[in-house]
Design a protein around this ligand. Structure first.
Ligand SMILES: Cc1ncc(COP(=O)(O)O)c(C=O)c1O
Length: 389
């Protein structure tokens, strides 16, 4: 049996007529950059996120960059974030010349440990970027409390978490800005690069619209320096066509996650399963912590099962950030997560048979190959359980 990590072909087959019509419509109009299709997408995505304004941009990476630029954050400034994220989060901070300041993660949710943010606030701190990793919102109450107390800006990196929710608030709508990615493999993927910033602040929205078009306002007049961060109409039209399906896809992901929880619980696989700490986890990824991850991943690949390691090297250990001076052990939970976690297929099109096959293969690994190999780093489940209390 083949179980891809993601099955975009299967998804496309179910919505082909709508997506094809949306693309044809743009081709017919020959209006490719910004324009009415982008505006429609901005309204729809902002509404979905529970925000007043949406600003379509060229990618999730550029969304983060544009928000930092909109706040005039640069050299001499510090931005607090997590080291356990995709490069884009920290890359954006470094690209504007600011210094990333890391706070380790909560080992259960993999999100920034918000209780430790306050300790890292200095006179130079300008912003906090919580990342809603794997489809679950970071603990925003504490992050917002600190930000409000010190008058700092909060930029949510919601690239994994469109539609995730906690206490009635959607990912991206809690802070001053929320950044989404339409990278094809995300929950709401386009057919190329794209992204969206949502905000409830009209002034900030205006600044971002200006920034994404080289800071031009009116055309050919530049009071500020921006970039080409524009969303194109084909991507916007595809995203708009897919949006009505998003809730059903979320439900399917949640159903698959529950199914995995049940299958793992009924087995004796030594895996630590995802912790749901918020009201609506969208399961952009289903992450297990396992001993012998590398061997398991190879064994699953041989059995036709796609997996991924998000992310093998935390940001403070990346070569390009060596200048920050962090050594091994600086953020132990992020380092442990980077060593132990594995994403298994949870996409909406996953069948019950496929999920059972995945868990069967993992089980087989641990009763055969797993037992003959020394665990390179056994998981300390008692430690995790202790910390959960
Ligand atoms: C956490 C996170 N932030 C930001 C991004 C950047 O998004 P994009 O690929 O659209 O630039 C990604 C992309 O995967 C991501 O995973």
């Amino acid at each position: 049996m083949q179980v891809p990590l993601l099955d975009l072909k299967a998804q496309y087959a179910t919505i082909k007529s709508e997506v094809d019509a949306a693309v044809a419509d743009v081709l017919e109009s020959q209006h490719f950059i910004l324009g009415p299709k982008v505006e429609r997408c901005e309204k729809a995505v902002a509404q979905y996120a529970g925000c007043a304004h949406g600003i379509g941009v060229s990618s999730g990476s550029d969304a983060l960059l544009a928000c930092l630029m909109a706040e005039n954050i640069g050299r001499g400034d510090e931005v607090i974030t997590t080291p356990y994220t995709f490069f884009a989060t920290v890359g954006a901070i470094a690209r504007v010349g600011a210094t990333p300041v890391f706070v380790d993660i909560d080992p259960l949710t993999y999100n920034i440990d918000a209780s430790k943010i306050r300790d890292k606030v200095t006179g130079r701190t300008r912003a906090i970027i919580p990342v809603h990793l794997y489809g679950q919102m970071a603990e925003m109450d504490s992050a917002m409390r600190v930000a409000e107390e010190y008058g700092r800006v909060v930029i949510e990196d919601a690239a994994h978490a469109i539609g995730a929710e906690h206490k009635g608030q959607r990912a991206g709508s809690v802070g001053h800005y929320g950044c989404s990615s339409f990278f094809p493999s995300t929950h709401l993927g386009a057919a190329g690069d794209g992204g969206m910033i949502v905000t409830n602040d009209a002034e900030r929205a205006g600044r971002l619209r200006c920034l994404r078009a080289h800071g031009s306002e009116p055309k050919y007049y530049h009071r500020i320096i921006g970039g080409n961060f524009r969303l194109d109409a084909i991507q916007a039209a595809i995203v708009t066509a897919k949006l009505p399906y998003l809730d059903a896809w979320t439900t399917a992901r949640q159903r698959n996650a529950t199914q995995y929880d049940r299958l793992f619980a009924a087995s004796d696989i030594p895996a630590v399963l995802p912790t749901v700490a918020t009201d609506r986890h969208i399961f952009n990824q289903y992450i297990v912590r396992v001993p012998n991850r590398k061997l398991l991943q190879a064994a699953l690949q041989r059995r036709g099962i796609g997996t991924e390691v998000y992310y093998p090297i935390p940001m403070h250990r990346q070569e390009c950030f060596a200048y920050l001076g962090y050594g091994a052990g600086a953020f132990p939970e992020s380092e442990r997560a980077a060593d132990e976690t594995l994403a298994i297929p949870v996409h909406p099109e996953l069948t019950t048979q496929q999920a059972e096959y995945v868990v069967d293969c993992i089980h087989e690994f641990f009763v055969t190959a797993g037992k003959t190999e020394k665990a390179d780093r056994p998981i300390d489940e008692t430690r995790l359980a202790r910390e959960a209390v």
